[in-house]
Ligand binder design. Structure first.
Ligand SMILES: Nc1ncnc2c1ncn2[C@@H]1O[C@H](COP(=O)(O)OP(=O)(O)OP(=O)(O)O)[C@@H](O)[C@H]1O
Length: 508
């Protein structure tokens, strides 16, 4: 059976050793990447022999092998990672899908480096490269019928509080959900962008407001989960109506998990670390619930802000790529193993992306009509084929067929032939049934839309009637006023005539 397309991909990136690690007396490389989809992690113990132990060598006691959609070794460049992994998500967003890239891994393994990168052009990470690609695509696809709008937002979740990194006064924001937008953050600012440079400026501005700190494992460790959101809206006008596609790209740089015992966190750092670890373990619980063989009805998305915000990316309308980062050093073995096991579990997550499309009613009716026409043609073609089959009917053929069946029977083949024939007979009938059901569904949808239109027309008619009534009333009032005015004028004329007469007769 052909496997279904997967829209949740998991890739691994191994970062190069840092100077700090290379200088360590216990430095040892414990990761190898034998191909583009496999990674081996070696569990080692110091040599038994004292002389070897003194020279720092150790022996491998266990090899943990994993496979993923892609594995990048320490030599992978930023363009490699963008081209072979992130670009697909960017293109999906341009086609009107929701897409998420999620950087996951222990502290100091290269999440921020992968998402943002360094200032050198060859060090640019996924966010700046995505922006270049988005605007390049817009430049080539724009014409007099289509317009594009790109909007950016940037938020962080720090100690379970969501704040707007582009409007620092907006904090304690709430997560909401509606049918049209899915899960979203209420009150998050959106910035219209016209070039990659404008997005870059926003990203730098937001990143400088992000909570970071120097920790035992990383000089600038991110203490918050950050989500950079790009919405690309494409509106197109055709002869038969208009259509708009809204793609959303979520670029998520998670705070790194860490063991306070190793990083030596205390006080505020320790509190931050606890909150980070809690939300990452909530993420783990959601992934477990989503990938359990026996599907659980309850998925604990609401256990943390992070999982609630990522609800669509993890189990809904989204094409998601999880990028898990690991260090190659022996000292990080435990974290690397648990990261790879986590990523392994995440491979079972299933999402169901759909194009976010808005059609005007005229365009929708046209589409239904075209679909009905297509189905009718298909039905007609099938009808004519059936007739031809009957026309070409040879009355002697069944006898010959029975002869052949008898021969097969003696060879023990009849059962399978008979069954195959029945299956073949059933196939067109099933297809007809499908077509008829589809046609019925379309008719129901069309009828519903016609009812909706009727209701709109009735509503408009009632409004028109009410307006007419009001006009009539005003007219009547006007006529009454005019009559009153004419009467008053008449009375005035009569009284002025009487006055004149009195003046003439010298009565006054
Ligand atoms: N692929 C890489 N090539 C070169 N340097 C890298 C690479 N990945 C990470 N680094 C370097 O490793 C250090 C830690 O990386 P980074 O800050 O991106 O880690 P992080 O996972 O985001 O950490 P945290 O969770 O603490 O925020 C940085 O100095 C970064 O420049």
């Amino acid at each position: 059976m052909a496997s279904l397309p997967r829209y949740f991909r998991v890739v691994i990136r191994v970062r190069p050793p840092l100077d700090r690690e290379l200088c360590s007396p216990v430095w040892q490389h414990v990761v190898s990447v034998p191909g583009t989809t496999q990674i081996c992690l070696y569990e080692t113990v110091p040599e038994m022999n004292a002389a070897d132990r003194a020279s720092g060598t150790s022996q491998v006691v266990n090899t943990h092998t994993f496979s993923f959609d892609h594995v990048y070794d320490q030599n992978a460049s930023q363009p490699d990672v963008y081209e072979s992994t992130a670009r697909t998500s960017v293109m999906s967003a341009l086609r009107g899908y929701n897409a998420t890239i999620l950087a996951y891994g222990p502290t100091g393994t290269g999440k921020t480096y992968t998402m943002e990168g360094s200032l050198r052009p060859d060090g640019h990470g996924i966010i700046p490269r995505s922006m270049e690609d988005i605007f390049e695509h817009i430049r080539s696809a724009r014409n007099e019928h289509s317009t594009f709008e790109v909007r950016a937002s940037y938020l962080q979740i720090y100690n379970e509080v969501i704040s707007d990194l582009l409007k620092p006064d907006r904090s304690h924001l709430m997560i909401r959900e509606d049918k049209r937008r899915g899960v979203f953050v209420e009150g998050l600012s959106e910035w219209l962008c016209r070039s990659p440079d404008e997005v870059q400026t926003l990203m730098e501005h937001g990143s400088s407001a992000r909570a970071t700190a120097q920790t035992g494992a990383n000089d600038t460790s991110s203490r918050s989960h950050a989500v950079f959101i790009i919405v690309v809206e494409r509106s197109e006008k055709f002869m038969e109506g208009s259509q708009s596609l809204t793609g959303r790209l979520n670029l998520v740089d998670l705070a790194g998990s860490e063991r306070p015992r190793i990083t030596g966190a205390t006080g505020q750092r320790l509190e931050e670390t606890k909150k980070i670890n809690q939300s990452l373990s909530a993420l783990g619980n959601v992934i477990s619930a989503l990938t359990e063989r026996r599907a659980r009805s309850h998925v604990p998305y609401r256990d943390s802000k992070l999982t609630r915000l990522l609800e669509d990316s993890l189990g809904g309308n989204c094409r998601t790529t999880m990028m898990a980062m690991v260090s190659p050093a022996a000292e990080a073995f435990a974290e690397s193993l648990s990261t790879l096991k986590f990523a392994q579990r995440a491979k079972g997550v299933v999402t169901t992306p759909q194009v976010n499309e808005d059609l005007d009613p005229r365009m929708m009716a046209n589409r239904y009509e075209a679909e009905i026409r297509r189905l009718r043609t298909e039905l007609a073609e099938r009808d004519s084929r059936t007739t031809i089959d009957l026309e070409g009917f040879d009355p002697h053929k069944p006898l010959a067929d029975i002869g052949a069946l008898r021969a097969d029977f003696s060879g023990g083949k009849t059962g399978s032939l008979w069954n195959r024939q029945r299956e073949e007979d059933k196939a067109p009938a099933g297809r007809y049934k499908q077509l008829l059901l589809k046609q019925r569904d379309i008719m129901i949808t069309l009828t519903q839309r016609l009812h909706e239109r009727d209701e709109t027309i009735i509503g408009l008619q009632a409004e028109l009637d009410a307006q007419d009534q009001r006009v009539r009333e005003l007219q009547e009032r006007f006529e009454r006023q005019a009559l009153r005015l004419a009467a008053a004028e008449k009375a005035l004329q009569a009284s002025s005539k009487a006055n004149m007469a009195n003046v003439g007769s010298g009565k006054l």
